[in-house]
Design a protein around this ligand. Structure first.
Ligand code: F6R
Length: 614
């Protein structure tokens, strides 16, 4: 949800900023811009509608000299995506340029006050209000920039990560955050800024994660200075990021999404490393050891999440209820936060988020905390806001996910939830040793089975070509595979723009069956488990109405295969682990259909990777 980059040092800033924007383009890509203080002291802003490549074309042959700059890739909230609304925004005098990720909720009243005071606006963005407000405070009260920024931010309601360049102070960047992430990279005599560490790690692994309400003053030849909005100086911890460049590059794949689909076996091995002891067939999660009593005494567990992470939560609910016998509720974080939930210190809330920055999930955590609940986080982004807001938790350790459609994070989340359920069940004594060892052993073999499944890629590509014509898809599954159906439908919608719905298979006859005709592909996850015969009946009902069935079946299946138009076989596993396998062909199906339709799978329209606004 908007990407921010900054550079201050001895290098030419422009190439560093452009490269950084490309690494952050997954956060937003409707317009892009850069501000530089050039060699002759001008504060130049170049910005344009479109992607970072459009910005490069636009800035070609312009003066891109200078060793200090800030840059932005936008996902529009206020104001249509056009060149005027693109960031950076100049202040009225042209002395300041500002970039912003987030939303200024009271921008309308601030804008009204500034307009009354004679300030003129060029754009329709909330961001321009912020830069005008800062300059207005600075000039009308004769203040230095830092003081003006502090006062302005005290008047702002909303979320922001900002960076400001000042023509009259060409060796300084001021940056601040509240509810939107911002990282300062510390190099050798140079500094970097990023919405996350990906634009920084090529140069340094030393970073400071800014906290809410903190302002960083970055100056050549000085240490980074951090103050709060009241000008109190704050100590900061320099952390070392464990991120390799190879993890954020495509590694020979045409798209990040395909790379991330293929990365899954290794990602899950990383996720389980040090947590599953293969010799003892045992799961150890440090959070369970440290907070055993708190977790085991939970009256109930509430899982809060959004989107794909919400789908993973539905699988987690079944796992935890089945083997731990603790009641679990799954809530959309966006609904939970406004629902006045009945929740107190007897409850445990599990918050699941790939990015660790989703605004609704973060707000749900704050609400649950206020009411005394214990918070367990399951995040991918290390050091993210959600990871830091929780009492304890487990990272999924699948590495950065760049493709906007989530793939490896989903299987990582399900893997962590499985380990969590196993570790809790063992500690509680609600699972017998044989079942425990069987699930642990089988979980450990999932990456190898995924690897076999990935060999079906060409076949799935061929199947996808047949169904590119469709305008609607239905996805059906039951039990553990019902959330997989939801996730399969979401993937297809997001990247191919084909309307798709996921349903519990038995619900089909309560409505969706009306849609079925010869035009309608129905993806059915019909593996050999307790509800196999029921699913067979559903498939017969679809075929009786001339629907076209793409079935996900267990290896060796004959009955479903005989009915289905197309089928994909899954290696056999335990029913509770099937989602980890059944998801893979659905990810590949969505990917190939989108490619056949000529869509940009890594940057689908209207979406952004990290949803830091409501
Ligand atoms: C779907 C997708 C989104 C995210 C959702 C939550 O492919 O990526 O639905 O799952 O925005 O994001 P996180 O997990 O970062 O909280």
């Amino acid at each position: 949800m908007c990407g921010i980059v900054g550079y201050l040092g001895q290098r030419n800033a422009y190439p560093v900023l452009i490269k950084g924007l490309k690494r952050l383009e997954y956060r937003g890509y409707d317009s892009a811009g850069v501000a530089l203080i050039t060699q002759d002291g001008d504060l130049q802003v170049y910005k344009t509608k479109g992607k970072v490549s459009d910005l490069e074309a636009y800035a070609d042959e312009k003066d891109t000299s200078g060793c200090i700059g800030i840059a932005h890739t936008r996902w529009a909230t206020h104001g249509e995506p056009n060149s005027t609304n693109a960031h950076p925004h100049y202040s009225a005098s042209g002395n300041l340029a500002l970039i912003h990720n987030g939303i200024i909720e009271n921008y309308a009243s601030l804008k009204h006050q500034l307009t009354e005071a004679g300030v003129e606006f060029k754009s329709t963005t909330d961001t321009e209000v912020l830069v005008q407000l800062i300059e207005y405070i600075q000039t009308s009260q004769h203040l230095d920039l830092l003081t003006a920024v502090r006062i302005a931010l005290q008047r702002v309601i909303g979320a922001y990560a900002i960076a400001i360049l000042d023509r009259s102070n060409p060796n300084q960047i001021i940056a601040a955050r509240k509810s939107s992430p911002l990282v300062v990279g510390i190099g050798d005599g140079e500094f970097f800024l990023g919405s996350d560490a990906s634009p920084i790690i090529e140069y340094t692994d030393k970073v400071i994660y800014l906290n809410d309400g903190e302002i960083a003053v970055i100056r050549t030849g000085h240490d980074v200075e951090i103050v709060d909005l009241n000008n109190t100086h704050l100590e900061h911890e320099v952390k070392t990021v464990d991120l390799k460049l190879g993890q954020i590059e495509k590694g020979g794949f045409p798209h990040f999404m395909l790379k991330e689909i293929f990365d899954q076996p290794d990602c899950l091995r990383d996720c389980m490393r040090g947590r599953i002891n293969t010799e003892a067939n045992n799961v150890v999660l440090s959070a369970i050891i440290d907070y055993k009593e708190r977790l085991l005494n939970a009256r109930r567990i509430i899982i809060v999440a959004c989107g794909t992470s919400w789908h993973a939560s539905l699988i987690g609910k079944q796992l935890i209820e089945n083997i731990c016998r603790i009641p679990v509720e799954v809530e959309y974080a966006s609904e939970f936060r406004y629902s006045n939930p009945v929740i107190d210190s007897h409850d445990v809330v599990i918050a699941i988020s790939q990015s660790g920055e989703t605004a609704d999930t973060l707000a749900a955590i704050h609400l649950a905390k206020e009411r005394g609940a214990f918070i367990y986080g399951i995040c991918n982004a290390v050091g993210s806001s959600i990871a830091r807001a929780t009492d304890t938790g487990s990272y999924i350790h699948v590495g950065p996910e760049i493709g906007v459609a989530s793939t490896k994070a989903f299987t990582g989340q399900v893997t962590v939830l499985t380990m969590l359920a196993l570790a809790l069940a063992k500690a509680k004594g609600s699972i017998n040793q044989a079942d425990y060892e069987q699930i642990v052993g089988e979980l450990n073999s999932i990456p190898d089975k995924m690897q076999l499944l990935l060999k079906e890629n060409d076949r799935i590509r061929d199947i996808s070509r047949i169904f590119t014509y469709a305008h609607n898809f239905l996805y059906l599954g039951r039990g553990y595979n019902y959330p997989v159906a939801l996730e399969g439908a979401l993937k297809l919608k997001e990247i191919s723009y084909i309307h798709a719905e996921g349903y519990p298979a038995a619900e089909m006859k309560h409505g969706p069956i009306a849609l079925i005709d010869e035009e309608m592909p129905v993806v059915v996850i019909a593996t050999h488990n307790a509800l196999y015969d029921k699913l067979m009946s559903n498939i017969q009902e679809i075929k009786a109405r001339k629907g076209r069935v793409i079935a996900i079946v267990s290896q060796g299946d004959t009955r479903v295969k005989a009915l289905a138009d197309e089928f994909i076989e899954l290696p056999t596993t335990l029913e509770c682990l099937e989602p980890l396998l059944a998801t893979i062909p659905l990810q590949m199906l969505a990917y190939h259909i989108a490619i056949c339709k000529g869509k940009n799978v890594d940057q689908p329209r209207n979406l952004a990777k990290s949803v830091t606004v409501e």
